[in-house]
Ligand binder design. Structure first.
Ligand code: OSB
Ligand code: MG
Length: 369
């Protein structure tokens, strides 16, 4: 199965409602869709880098450059036994995990289609539906946030994550807790605090939260371990964990008690599985994070979250929670028990709608030219 052609689409898709985090507000989500051809099969991949370098240094622009000028030329005409072999081929490029993960995802889709097996089967998933929650951005006021949370609860979500930032943390979280005393609730700061300013988060420890996600900077493993020692609530790391090696070091340092796994952030599904395996062997709960994916990336997240160590609900919501128009024919909906069913068709199990893709596409390039 030799890769003979790759097409990149730079996408811009309108969200149904703005998504605000401590690093900014998004109404139009950019990303890159990859169509990777091998013989008469096409595999899809999604690169989750956004327009701005807010969550990570990667952007749709840097990923486009790294894919076009380095990663794709290194894999064209090459046949890979497995994803690790593909990663070794790409290892000459330092960093840029989201660009690598997009290409690796397309390889998995191709491999599944070639073998007639779903991604869930290829990865060793054990659940056919996975528990999910919803990640809610910062709202105008705590009152407005309570309303938005209530809306998602009436849709059937049984776990809620709210985004926080300095000045919009304790009061917002308290308001949600007061309105919904039994809700499975967690918060995500996206690195907005320092060890000193995180003092202000102390009252969160009284609110029976599932976890506090990424309070401090990406490269602050040590300070996370100092902060975790002051909190009863588990700290969960997202941005700080870029590989299974980081995960091991974070756990040795007691910098967190839970890990959020995103294939894009760690360079691909193979590394995501490696982190899962490490955590499973140590009894550390993991859950699947989200990057506001299209139906393509959502299918990959569902397959990943079907592995046995994913014991906490993922940030994998129904398709209608995200875009005015998605690019896949298949749309994911919420089951009444706050789960989403994992696709079981070969590969990712989704098809890209050519016309929806055209409408979302800002630019396109096919290699070799
Ligand atoms: O930190 O988990 C995050 C979205 C974009 C960038 C970072 C994050 C998020 C989310 C959204 O929380 C989760 C989702 O896709 O529903
Ligand atoms: Mg996060």
């Amino acid at each position: 199965m030799k890769i003979n052609r790759v097409t990149l689409h730079h996408l811009s898709m309108e969200l149904r409602s703005p998504f605000e985090t401590s690093f900014g507000r998004t109404l139009k989500r950019e990303s890159i869709l990859l169509l990777v051809e091998a013989g008469d099969l096409t595999g899809y991949g999604e690169c989750v880098a956004d327009r701005d370098p807010g969550y990570s240094y990667e952007t749709a622009g840097t990923a486009w450059h790294i894919l076009r000028d380095f990663l794709i030329p290194s894999v064209l005409g090459v046949e890979f036994e497995d994803a690790h072999e593909m990663q070794r081929r790409m290892a000459g490029v330092r960093g840029h995990p989201m660009a690598k993960a997009g290409l690796e995802m397309a390889w998995w889709d191709l491999e599944g289609k070639r073998m007639g097996r779903s991604l869930r089967q290829l990865l060793g998933g054990v659940y056919d539906r996975v528990a999910v929650g919803v990640s809610i951005g910062i709202q105008e006021s705590p009152q407005e946030l309570v309303k938005v949370v209530g809306g998602y609860l009436s849709e059937g979500y049984s776990r809620v994550k709210i985004k926080i930032k300095p000045e919009r943390d304790v009061a917002d979280t308290q308001a949600v807790r007061e309105a919904f005393p039994d809700l499975r609730l967690q918060v995500d700061a996206n690195s907005a605090y320092t060890l000193e300013t995180a003092e202000s988060l102390a009252p969160l420890d009284e609110l029976d939260l599932l976890l506090i996600e990424q309070p401090l900077a990406e490269d602050d493993l040590w300070d996370h371990s100092r902060l975790q020692a002051r909190f009863t609530t588990p700290i969960c790391l997202d941005e700080s964990i870029l590989s299974a090696r980081h995960a091991r070091q974070a756990l040795e340092m007691k910098a967190c008690r839970i890990i959020n796994i995103k294939a894009g952030r760690v360079g691909g599904l193979s590394q995501a599985v490696a982190i899962h395996n490490l955590c499973l062997s140590q009894g550390i709960p993991v859950w699947c994070g989200g990057m506001l994916e299209t139906g393509v990336g959502r299918a990959a997240n569902l397959a990943l979250a079907s592995l046995p160590g994913f014991t906490l609900p993922g940030d994998i919501s129904a398709s209608r929670r995200y875009y005015l128009e998605d690019i896949t024919g298949e749309l994911f909906s919420l089951n009444p028990d706050s789960t989403i069913t994992v696709p079981d068709a070969p590969g990712l199990g989704v098809n890209v709608d050519a016309r929806a893709l055209e409408r979302a596409s800002l630019a396109r390039i096919t290699l070799p030219e």
